[in-house]
Design a protein around this ligand. Structure first.
Ligand SMILES: NC(=O)c1ccc[n+]([C@@H]2O[C@H](COP(=O)([O-])OP(=O)(O)OC[C@H]3O[C@@H](n4cnc5c(N)ncnc54)[C@H](OP(=O)(O)O)[C@@H]3O)[C@@H](O)[C@H]2O)c1
Length: 282
């Protein structure tokens, strides 16, 4: 179970990225872990998981510094995603926050810059700042995170709001609410959805049905959980691990070929939404 290429996703601006990338929440918290975290991210890059997701929030900038170390000398291989805090997302605050992230990342460009979640600054101001950052080449594209369908609709009414390049949301087997309307909304408009906490931070890995199906493929529950998301059109999956061995395990999820019968069994164990549920977030 290895060797298959990672499927790719194309952003509206033409940038092509692997559908399986790497998260970084909780990295950069302890200096004693830094070496392991950097090695794990580099192992992931070697395996083709060249999209790295981070945020100014994670470890108060510490995760961006870890990413900066991991990508040093290989910046051109990597698609860097970072995020601005909602309370920084004013016209000037967004630009200042971006400068801070660039400096911690040790780069002159963030490939995709996201509003982490909705706050009090008008969307029009944040979008204006994002468009300015794009024009100056400091970011390649911008997007949002934790936006429900109604938020996306509001964004579409803001000047240049339709330039949104991605929406990063909580999505995994145990959190399928987005399938009701948000995921189709984004798919129809070719806006990639980034699935965060794809293994529910480890909490779903003890589910008996997930374990049963994983065993049938000599795979792990984490691999099945990732394969479920990789099966969806326009979805980018960003598991976080600080272990190079687990990075390899997660990478190999792309080679799982699950039968229709087992997809149906997963639907029974983790039912898709029958009605609208407000977007959940972690
Ligand atoms: N936009 C947002 O609001 C938002 C919110 C949450 C997350 N995110 C992004 O999405 C990324 C992923 O989400 P997440 O970190 O919340 O959760 P996750 O990726 O679902 O789970 C991460 C946890 O699972 C463990 N793990 C990873 N691979 C494993 C495997 N193969 N087997 C068993 N355990 C495994 C990790 O531990 P080890 O490190 O010890 O392996 C870590 O404790 C984040 O890191 C962040 O970049 C964004």
């Amino acid at each position: 179970m290895q060797g298959d290429a990672i499927p790719t996703i194309r952003f509206p601006n033409g940038a092509e990225v692997p559908a399986l990338g790497q998260g970084t929440w909780n990295m950069g918290e302890r200096s004693s872990e830094a070496k392991r975290e950097i090695e794990s991210l580099r192992a992931g890059l070697d395996l083709g998981m060249t999209l790295i997701d981070t945020a100014e929030m994670y470890a108060d900038g510490g995760a961006e510094k870890i990413v900066g170390e991991a990508i040093r000398g290989r910046r051109e291989e990597v698609f860097v995603v970072s995020k601005v805090y909602p309370w920084n997302a004013s016209r000037q605050g967004t630009i200042d926050a971006c400068e801070g992230s660039l400096s911690r990342l040790g780069t002159d460009r963030i490939d995709l810059y996201l509003l982490h979640w909705r706050g009090d600054h008008p969307l029009s101001e944040t979008v204006e700042a994002f468009e300015g950052l794009k024009a100056s080449g400091k970011i390649g594209a911008w997007g949002v995170s934790n936006f429900d369908k109604s938020d996306m609709e509001e964004l579409f009414d803001v000047p240049h709001g339709r330039n949104v390049a991605a929406n990063q949301v909580l999505y995994n087997l145990s959190r399928r609410g987005v399938e009701y309307d948000l995921l189709p909304f984004c798919q129809e408009r070719q806006i990639p959805v980034m699935a965060y906490s794809p293994i529910e931070q480890g909490r779903i890995l003890h589910h008996p049905e997930l374990i049963r199906i994983a065993k049938a493929y000599q795979a792990t529950p984490a691999q099945v959980a990732l394969a479920f998301l990789l099966e969806r059109d326009g979805v980018i999956v960003i598991p976080k691990t600080s272990s190079a061995a687990r990075a390899t395990e997660n990478r190999d999820a792309v080679s799982l070929d699950i039968t229709d019968e087992d997809w149906a069994a997963l639907d029974t164990a983790f039912p898709p939404p029958a009605r609208k549920k407000p977007l959940e977030m972690l």
